[in-house]
Ligand binder design. Structure first.
Ligand code: EPZ
Length: 441
């Protein structure tokens, strides 16, 4: 078993580098299925467990992948004869692999992808993905835990998404690039990761306009080719370090952070008394001695991101007063609060609405992560808690945070990662050890 061990209280200072976005590189890797000629070279790719899994999924289709983890570059050759079955054991490991469905059926006329499970934060249905693909002429069958998609020829369509689902927008947009005719998708997701994916597809020869707005127009083309692309910075990783600086009375430069990608978070932090200095080098966060409370509601982009909700509740709990958090995107994303309660937090949850009673004098405790962003929230709480905090279930953490321990250590935190054997003996584990083991898993 591995744990992150933090001794508080820490005041962060210095500067931190941010990786390429996990939630951009996963759909971009799926989009390489569409390139029937040439090689796609991606850089700024974070060596994360989710990326290793997506690479394995693509290799199942006979796609050639070379991942240089030191250079953080991947080269993908999908120009050969591809197969079209995504196996259960891989899809169950990472539900985001469902976005291979659209590209596969568009390129090959067939795809068989295991149903992605739900996860801790919600049931994660894919009805909008399937409805959109059917509008493009795809026949969908669901049997034996698989989704089977077949299509002789995809055709353009006018599609309206009941909800601006990120995954559904990605799947349908990718499939529509090779449809005959024009497609309009309305009420689409507007996240920066959608814009990055559309940029890659257009570099491959697709004809997409409107990315970043609430409607996409796609002119179908006959085929796509490889391209070169640098993955957009991870605004959620950046936001995680912004909050850590804000709650620790810190002074941290988030290098090359893109202000526009984190406006909702930064305006909330400013409302709480945090100094936000935007410059060519990135965004500097200067945390106040006392944070003011604030009410937050998560929404699809450009609203406050649900992926920053858990981390934000730590800032709200630290603040001097009552704050509220309304989680409108997922149905069960407050599990981190039970763990924070072990550290002294007090709150009330009614449905998707949490009332957070600050200020909290966080005390170190043994806590366990329930999902990726909850893990980050528990580490942030550990940084400002008195005494020792131990965070377990780091497999969630490793999905989305590269070199988290080294980066926080670099910012002055008293933090380490240990492996505990059956006899209870602890040995230090480095971030690079974790990655090399994951890449071989
Ligand atoms: C992406 O998930 C992200 N994952 C999530 O990040 C992020 O929280 C989410 O978008 C929202 O921003 C990746 O990009 C790999 P959705 P996705 O489809 O695409 C409902 C993280 O921590 N819905 O926008 O699955 C769904 O139940 C992860 O990095 C349907 O009802 O999100 C949810 O309530 C967590 N039917 C809401 O929409 C559908 O067909 C948002 O889901 C699809 C979605």
């Amino acid at each position: 078993m591995e744990q992150i061990v933090i001794n508080g209280v820490n005041q962060l200072s210095g500067e931190v580098e941010i990786e390429g976005a996990k939630n951009a590189v996963l759909p971009i890797l799926a989009s390489t299925i569409l390139a029937s000629s040439g090689i796609t070279t991606l850089d700024n790719v974070p060596p994360l467990s989710d990326v290793f899994i997506m690479n394995k999924v693509l290799e199942e289709f006979n796609i050639k992948i070379e991942f240089n983890q030191v250079q953080k570059t991947i080269s993908v050759d999908a120009s050969g004869e591809l197969t079209s079955i995504a196996p259960k054991e891989l899809v169950e490991k990472m539900r985001a692999s469902i976005v291979v469905l659209g590209p596969l059926v568009a390129r090959l006329g067939h795809a068989k992808v295991a149903m992605p499970g739900g996860c801790a934060i919600g049931s994660r249905p894919i009805d909008l993905h399937l409805k959109g693909l059917e509008k493009l002429g795809v026949k969908i069958d669901q049997h034996d835990g698989f989704i089977e998609a077949t299509a002789d020829q995809l055709h353009g369509a006018d599609i309206y998404l009941d909800f601006p689902s990120v995954g559904a927008t990605q799947n349908i947009m990718m499939a529509a690039t090779l449809a005959k005719g024009n497609t309009v998708i309305e009420n689409v997701a507007r996240e920066p990761e959608i814009v990055d994916l559309a940029n890659v597809l257009n570099k491959m020869g697709a004809k997409i306009t409107g990315a970043g707005t609430d409607s996409l127009k796609i002119k179908g083309v006959d085929q796509l080719h490889g391209c070169d692309h640098s993955v957009v910075q991870d605004r959620i990783e950046a936001g995680t370090y912004m909050i850590a600086a804000a709650v620790s009375n810190g002074n941290v430069l988030i290098k090359d952070a893109i202000y526009e990608h984190n406006r909702p978070l930064l305006s909330k932090l400013a409302e709480m008394g945090v100094k936000v200095n935007v410059s060519d080098d990135g965004v500097r966060i200067i945390g106040p001695k006392v944070l003011a409370p604030a009410d937050v509601q998560t929404l699809p982009h450009p609203g406050f991101p649900t992926d920053m909700q858990a981390q934000m509740t730590v800032a709200q709990l630290k603040a001097d007063g009552i704050s509220t958090m309304n989680e409108t995107v997922f149905e069960n994303r407050f599990m981190h609060l039970d763990e924070l309660n072990k550290m002294g937090a007090s709150y009330k949850v009614e449905g998707n609405f949490a009332t957070l009673m600050g200020p909290t004098d966080f005390q170190g405790a043994e806590v366990s992560a329930t999902d990726l962003r909850a893990a980050a929230a528990l580490v942030i709480a550990g940084l400002i808690a008195k005494g020792e905090t131990r965070v377990s279930h780091l497999e969630y953490m490793d999905r989305g945070y590269y070199h988290l321990v080294s980066k926080f250590k670099q910012l002055g935190a008293n933090i380490k990662r240990v492996r505990i054997d059956a006899a209870g003996r602890e040995t230090l584990v480095t971030d690079d050890q974790v990655i090399s083991e994951e890449s071989l898993a």
